[in-house]
Every structure is written in structure tokens, then in C-alpha cells.
Design a protein around this ligand. Structure first.
Ligand SMILES: Cc1cc2nc3c(=O)[nH]c(=O)nc-3n(C[C@H](O)[C@H](O)[C@H](O)COP(=O)(O)O)c2cc1C
Length: 376
């Protein structure tokens, strides 16, 4: 095992082709939102309490009535097949092994049904809504049939943020051949071989199945970006509710006003998120918004936060500032890209160890006891 999440990031950078790493890592435009996300964790200090018996600690939390081993989710990320074949199955297994839910993206490269077959753990579905609502309805029906527990409706992706690095690298779906790409691939033969073994470019198979599209990546990618329903409003939460039995979480909010709207519209939870700094580059960091939003909601909804979680101690900070759990984006992907399924599991184990160390050093016996009184 490597010492820290950062080391898996560095290894992933060496192991992945340039365009794949840039897609994983990059933020929108000048990367300011992403930089704010990362920096925000360093601004928070916690006050330790001395002489507390911390021989037994309880790092778990209850989310929607189910006990989870840690206050974290392996969050939704699209196109994971770029890093490792059968990536979502591997992430779901790693999440289950450590005792937390895995959230499968609409833009996944494995089928809902295949991820279910790979694990008996808690699975949640992340939903993007296309103009043709039958696609989302089919995806929700398939996920319910597969026993997925909660739905995470992402609302910050009406269009894709402008990611200059992808434009510079000529990264499109399917990846267009060029001399530059060839040089990139030749420099990463092991990654290339893995991609070839899985049959070339990963496919957006879930979207393809629910929209009845052929296995044509160009069509799938076009459907994904051009056909996103830009007319989605709070009223549409009632439509989601009609098609989903379990908890509904709205992902991608950054203001008190929107959090209250979500509550009013009947959501069970929210994720305060700027999509890892990949969308609006002028967005504030979610962690900075967390205390005000959590205060305004008075504990009536589950409040998750994401963006830049790279240390177990960050989880303690999020909880102290009012979150019920954090959502992981890039961290487990670094592990997966660096060392495959083993690497994803190692990154989750590092976060657990760091979180447990933080709880003990703080004198906090129960994760759920963390609140504003611990913030310096
Ligand atoms: C490569 C990549 C792909 C992503 N794809 C999705 C997605 O399909 N759906 C979604 O709701 N969020 C997506 N996100 C955003 C993450 O769910 C999460 O909000 C963000 O990554 C958190 O920031 P962090 O990566 O710094 O931890 C993606 C993020 C990354 C890095």
C-alpha cells in the first residue's frame, strides 16, 4: 500500500495515457473551482479533547435508515472504463468490502445489471435526465429491479463545463486518431493493452441500453451531451418521485436558497457539490457553503458534501461542519487507475485509517458526535 491518496494520483498520472489522466483530473477552464475545493479543507481546524478513552471508537453513520461503516460514499463518475476494464464492478466491490454505498453514474461503462451481479452491497443510481424522459424512466426501472437503494439526481450538468485540456488533447468520444494520440498511446503500452483486451474504447452501455441505441460510441456521446434536458426544474422532482420508490438526493447545489427549494420539492437529501470543479469555474467550494446550508435545513434532510476529499481527516471536518457523509470522486479513481481493483480498495482503506486516527486524536468516540463544537 502507498502512503497517501496523493501517491496513487501520482502513479495514476504515470500509468494512464495523457488524455485519460487529464479527463480524470482536470477542472473546467482555469481550474479555479477545483483549486478552491482542494484548498478549502486546509482552512478548517479541529479542536481535540484530551483524556478521553478512545480505545473503542465508532466510525459508522446511519444513512436513510441503514448503518454504514464510514461516513462516505464512492460517488458517481462517468467513463470509468477509461482507467480499468470493468471499473464499476471493481469500485462497487471495493465500496462493499469497506462497508459503504457505491453510486453508479448514468454515464457508466458497465451495466446496472452487471454491477448488481458483481456485489451484494448497497448500490445507488446517479441520474442525468435526457430530453427523452423515457431513457431516465427506463434507467430508474432497471435500477429498482436490481435493488438499488437511493437515487442521486445530478442538476449541475445542463451542459458540460468547458474543459480546455480535453479540447487540447483532442479528447472526444470516440477518441479520434491522430499522431499525438498515437504517441500518447505508445508511451503507455500497458494501459493500451488493457484497453485493447476490453475491446477498445469503453462504451456508455447503460445509456445505450435504456435509449435503445446501438453500440455506437459517437451516438452515445452525442446523446449524453446534446440531448441533456436543459428545461429540468424543481417541478420535475414530482416526476422523479413517481418513478422512484426510495430516497431521492439532489446533487450539485451550492446555495441555501436551492437547498430549501430541494426540501420544499420533497427531496430526502442533497449533495453540496460543484462537480469537482468540472462545471462552473466561478463556483464556490462546497465545503465553504456547507455550514450555512446545514444550519438552514435544521437536520431535516441528509446533507452530503464533495469536492477535493483526499484525506480521512477531511471526512471529520465535513461532519463537524454539518454533513452526514462525504462523496468521493477522484480519490478511488486514482487508486483504480494506478493499481486496478486492488488500488481502489487501498485508497478506501487509507481514508478509513486516516479517519479513525483523526477520531482518536480528537477524542471523538462516535463519528456522529462531531459537530460545530469541534471546529476551532
Ligand atoms: C472523471 C469524473 C467523472 C465524473 N462523472 C460524474 C457523473 O457521471 N455524474 C455525476 O453526478 N458526477 C460526476 N462527477 C463528479 C463527482 O461525482 C463528484 O462530484 C466530484 O468528483 C467530487 O470532487 P473530487 O473529485 O475532487 O472528489 C465526475 C467527476 C470526475 C472527476
Amino acid at each position: 500500500m502507498l502512503p497517501a491518496v496523493k501517491d496513487y494520483r501520482d502513479l495514476a498520472r504515470r500509468r494512464l495515457s495523457r488524455f485519460a489522466f487529464d479527463y480524470l483530473e482536470g477542472g473546467a477552464e482555469d481550474g479555479r473551482a477545483m483549486a478552491r475545493n482542494l484548498a478549502s479543507w486546509g482552512q478548517v481546524m479541529l479542536k481535540p479533547r484530551a483524556m478521553v478513552d478512545v480505545s473503542d471508537i465508532d466510525a459508522g453513520v446511519e444513512l436513510f435508515g441503514r448503518q454504514q461503516a464510514l461516513p462516505m460514499l464512492v460517488g458517481p463518475t462517468g467513463l470509468n472504463g477509461l482507467y480499468w476494464p470493468r471499473a464499476e464492478e471493481a469500485l462497487a466491490r471495493a465500496a462493499h468490502a469497506i462497508g459503504v454505498p457505491f453510486v453508479l453514474s448514468t454515464a457508466s461503462t458497465s451495466l446496472i445489471e452487471d454491477v448488481r451481479a458483481a456485489t451484494s452491497g448497497d448500490l445507488w443510481l446517479q441520474l442525468y435526465v435526457q430530453q427523452d424522459r423515457r431513457i431516465a424512466e427506463s434507467m430508474m426501472a432497471r435500477a429498482q429491479a436490481a435493488g438499488f437503494g437511493a437515487l442521486m439526481l445530478t442538476v449541475d450538468t445542463m451542459v458540460h463545463g468547458k474543459r480546455d485540456h480535453d479540447i487540447r488533447n483532442g479528447f472526444r468520444m470516440p477518441v479520434p486518431w491522430s499522431a499525438r494520440l498515437l504517441a500518447d498511446l505508445l508511451a503507455h503500452p500497458r494501459w493500451c493493452l488493457r484497453m485493447l483486451r476490453q475491446g477498445g474504447s469503453p462504451q456508455l452501455v447503460n445509456l445505450a441500453r435504456s435509449s435503445g441505441m446501438a453500440a455506437n460510441l459517437a451516438q452515445q456521446a452525442a446523446a449524453m451531451s446534446r440531448q441533456m434536458d436543459m428545461a429540468l426544474t424543481w417541478d420535475d422532482l414530482a416526476w422523479v418521485r413517481r418513478h422512484w420508490r426510495g430516497p431521492v438526493i439532489v446533487k450539485g447545489l451550492l446555495t441555501v436558497e436551492d437547498a430549501l427549494q430541494a426540501q420544499h420539492a420533497g427531496a430526502d437529501g442533497i449533495v453540496i457539490s460543484n462537480h469537482g470543479g468540472r462545471q462552473l469555474d466561478a463556483a464556490p467550494s462546497p465545503l465553504e457553503q456547507l455550514p450555512r446550508i446545514a444550519d438552514a435545513l435544521h437536520g431535516k434532510m441528509h446533507v452530503f458534501v464533495d469536492g477535493g476529499v483526499r484525506r480521512g481527516g477531511d471526512i471529520a471536518k465535513a461532519l463537524a461542519l454539518g454533513a452526514c457523509a462525504v462523496v468521493l470522486g477522484r480519490a478511488p479513481l486514482y487508486g483504480l487507475a494506478a493499481r486496478g481493483p486492488r488500488g481502489a480498495a487501498e485508497v478506501l482503506a487509507i481514508l478509513r485509517t486516516e479517519f479513525e486516527i483523526t477520531l482518536r486524536l480528537l477524542g471523538a468516540v462516535h463519528a456522529r458526535s462531531l459537530d460545530a463544537s469541534w471546529v476551532a
